[in-house]
Unconditional design. Sequence first.
Length: 275
Amino acid sequence: MATFAIGDIQGCYSSLRRLLDKCHFDPARDRLWLVGDLVNRGPHSLAVLRFVKSLGARAITILGNHDLHLLMVAAGHVKPHHGDTLAAILRASDRDELLDWLRHRKMMHAGAGYAMVHAGLLPQWSIPKALGLAREVETALQSDGCDEFLRHLYGNRPDRWRDDLTGIARLRVITNVMTRLRICTVDGRMEFAHKGKPVGLPMGFMPWYSLPRRRSRGTPVIFGHWAALGLYTGSNVFALDTGCVWGRALSALRLSDRQLYHHACAARARPARRQ
């Protein structure tokens, strides 16, 4: 049995299936870890959701910012952004079943000597602490109060963690760290405007994984989200968002021996005007 971690798919269903062929993925034997952002910007988000859901316990999926955005749009709390490709999901006959499945995915996962999160972790968070905080958000998403949580989810403040945070402020910080973080300061202050390569950063900011005394450093962390960073395997992390939706590649990591697999995209997967 092999376990493969796969980077941001973002609706690129054909690329996903071709990458799985390259990995010789056997759904009867093997397992998938998916770093989040199953949907949006690519052409076939509905097909991706249906396929991953069909794998059942053979696939462990964590939530990314685009997955949460889908839940926000479906709940009517935000309007679709320019370039979103979520319409087919929103009008699908199995829409409610798919959305309910999605909101029951994890925010973070750990096992087999690895941890997986969509975007990053603050330097003061150990893996056990981060897993506990992830469960708080998962509980909110899966509760009867999910709609109220989603209504107030968006926002950049607070921009740093405090243990005494409560309510939506606490849940928002946890969610922003795990689904949006790229850079922060040594004391964990976050900045969300920088989305390019990790150069020319604001003074005092570093990539989250490069910070000294990062408490999660002892465990290899698999993440995605940062397409401009691309494949990165230093600092005891594995960054797997290699820009599939932008016409670059979809990447997978076999956990047992850290073998990397890639499916190159010949051209940018342009979102359809209508789904």
